[in-house]
Design a protein around this ligand. Structure first.
Ligand code: NDP
Length: 340
């Protein structure tokens, strides 16, 4: 089968492409300029009979994906900005929403062989901020983020703008399916991961220019961006990049995934937990890691958690433990050959 992966040069997408190729699929990846495809072509040289890169320079243009979807059986749409520095809402919301609706329109017109579309949504589209302990499942929608950006515009700030962009994009996808259900021959799966960590295989020119989630990891664990108090109070949930990639492949294969949103999370953490795991690995892949206050968050409950039971039930995926993720990241950092 032939799979289209959009934004193929991204952190998550490069792992999706690799997992697909290793599973025997033929893959067409889209990038915004030919030069962004060079690293991928080299990385997947051993699969060159089954891997091609095409350029879609502006995903917000009408018909941008018309050519790319031809002859495709499965679409994995990941291209969407994940930046926490937007100065106005449209910077993120326009490519997130128009990119999503645009590819669905292209599939409707030209993707006659497409049977399934998998979209990389996010826990951002699910999670409503809370100071009380809460466990979210796939029934939750982050409507407050949309409301906040609607009311405040740019003043909502870069975080809420990103959250709104992902919520609006996923809503637009489900609305498209509902509106067009009598005329389309494919179904939709959205995957909703929290923070994605793991060893990058996409083009990384400097450890100071990692993708947003890995930048947060590098700053916290290597650079010391958070003091001990922050490490013990800032929390999140995570999934390994290789597991979210595998989830994208399984979401394309499992019949029962059709029509579902699926939270893809391995568990919740305080940053101190990650720092403690990093310091427990022997032999130490990287010296002089942040220490914080060792053990300070042991057994402490994270306020916002996810019920990720659907991941096992529908996709049959058991995420790898935090130790594996952290070890492999540190090994990658230690062996990094770039600007710094
Ligand atoms: P990356 O920044 O590494 O990849 C993003 C990809 O999207 C790149 O290919 C990028 O292309 C493309 N892209 C970004 N903005 C645009 C735009 N305006 N027009 C066209 N293409 C664009 O991030 P990730 O791999 O982390 O993100 C991939 C997806 O996963 C996103 O949808 C993100 O929201 C989602 N996600 C990520 C999480 C994480 O923790 N990493 C968590 C939850 C969801 P280019 O290189 O040309 O900019």
């Amino acid at each position: 089968a032939k799979v289209l992966v959009t934004g193929a040069n991204g952190f998550i997408a490069a792992w999706i492409v690799r997992t697909l190729l290793e599973s025997g699929y033929t893959v067409r990846g889209t990038v915004r300029s030919a030069s962004k495809g060079e690293h991928l072509k080299a990385l997947f040289a051993s699969f060159k009979e089954r891997f091609e890169v095409v350029t879609v320079d502006d995903i917000t243009k009408d018909g941008a994906f018309d050519e790319a979807v031809k002859g495709i059986d499965l679409v994995e749409h990941t291209a969407s900005p994940f930046r926490l520095n937007a100065t106005e809402p449209d910077e993120l919301i326009v490519p997130a929403v128009q990119g999503t609706v645009g590819i669905l329109e292209s599939i409707k017109k030209h993707g006659t062989s497409v049977k399934r579309v998998v979209i990389t949504s996010s826990s951002a589209a699910i999670t409503i901020p809370s100071t009380e302990p809460v466990t979210y499942d796939e029934s939750s929608w982050n409507n407050p983020a949309i409301q906040k950006v609607k009311e405040l515009g740019a003043a909502a700030g870069p975080g809420p703008i990103y959250l709104a962009s992902k919520t609006l994009a996923e809503k637009a996808a489900w609305e498209f399916v509902e509106k067009n259900k009598s005329s389309i021959s494919w179904d939709l799966v959205t995957l909703n991961p929290p923070y994605v960590y793991g060893p990058p295989i996409h083009e990384v020119t400097s450890l100071k220019e990692l993708n947003t989630s890995m930048d947060g990891f590098y700053k916290a664990v290597v650079e010391g961006a958070q003091d001990a108090a922050a490490l013990a109070s800032n929390s999140g949930s995570w999934i390994d990049v290789r597991d979210i990639a595998k989830a994208h492949v399984l979401a394309g294969e499992k019949a029962e995934a059709g029509g579902q949103r699926i939270i893809v999370s391995a568990g919740a953490y305080y940053w101190q937990d990650i720092v403690d795991v990093a310091n427990s690995i022997t032999p130490a892949p990287l010296p002089n890691l942040v220490k914080g206050n060792p053990g300070a968050t042991k057994g402490k409950q994270v306020v916002i958690q996810y019920d990720a039971s659907k991941l096992g039930r529908v996709l049959g995926l058991k995420p790898r433990p935090l130790e594996d993720t952290v070890r492999d990241i540190l090994i990658m950092f230690a062996g990094f050959k770039g600007k710094d």
